[in-house]
Design a protein around this ligand. Structure first.
Ligand SMILES: [Zn+2]
Length: 250
């Protein structure tokens, strides 16, 4: 399928973006990367409105657009749908303020990328689709919850202009210029970390050489794959949801 000019020019509505937040949360749940505590946000283009997935206590495999919180960039809650506010909402408002080119942010509690931080190991690109990590993944050397402005500012400063950051003993934050890019990076950050951890167990992980990593990143990070990856996981998340319905109505 080719992208038409109409596709490229389509500016997504807030209602479409709410659905996208819900879908992204379900896809990352399927990967085991958000669990009880992770969350995702999308900024509404041209506005100071941040759409944020619900907090702990919500079923991350069955998030609906109606459960999405709307924050102002300054941290005020503009729309509270009920349910728990994600405790670490400042991760999103702070980074959206500091990085206006970033339209989507994920906060992950994923197993393998967190393990590398606990082991004091840098995340390095070890396979084709993790090649984008060659620009470096800094570490925020603090395992605490991000629950005040000073912590959020410190985390965002440590992230700088990188695409992802480890939070030692806690999780990670990944950013993208679009939701699809943030999802791609979140998916392959964890997949790369898993391969890196398992290779270390086998005796040592061999990082991509810098020139290989740059070539691999150019070869894999493209609009076609971004769309295919999103659609692949969206189908799986929808199937998972459909499988849940009979159990939930019992
Ligand atoms: Zn957290």
């Amino acid at each position: 399928m080719h992208e038409t000019n109409a596709d490229l020019e389509h500016v997504e509505t807030e209602s479409e973006l709410r659905q996208k937040v819900a879908t992204m949360c379900m896809m990352l749940n399927l990967q085991g990367s958000v669990g009880m505590f992770g969350h995702v946000s999308i900024r509404v283009p041209g506005t100071e409105r941040i759409l944020l997935s619900p907090g702990a206590g919500s079923e991350k495999g069955a998030v609906t657009p109606e459960q999405v919180f709307v924050f102002h960039l300054n941290g005020d809650i503009l729309e509270h749908p009920g349910g728990e506010v994600p405790l670490e909402w400042r991760i999103h408002t702070q980074i959206h303020r500091d990085r206006p080119e970033i339209m989507s942010i994920t906060h992950l509690h994923a197993q393998h990328s967190t393990l590398l931080g606990i082991a004091g190991r840098e995340i390095v690109p070890v396979f084709l689709h993790g090649a984008f990590l060659h620009t470096g993944v800094p570490t925020w050397d603090d395992p605490r919850l991000v629950v005040n402005d000073a912590q959020a500012a410190s985390l965002s400063a440590a992230l700088g202009d990188h695409v992802a950051i480890q939070q030692r003993g806690h999780g990670s934050v990944v950013v993208g210029e679009t939701a699809e890019i943030a999802f791609f990076r979140s998916t392959f950050l964890e997949e790369n970390a898993r391969k890196q951890v398992e290779a270390e167990i086998l005796g040592g992980a061999l990082p991509l050489r810098p020139e290989e990593a740059a070539d691999c990143a150019r070869g894999t990070f493209n609009p076609r794959l971004l769309r295919l990856l999103w659609n692949y996981y969206q189908r799986k998340a929808e199937q998972e949801l459909a499988n849940q319905v009979p159990r939930m109505t019992n």
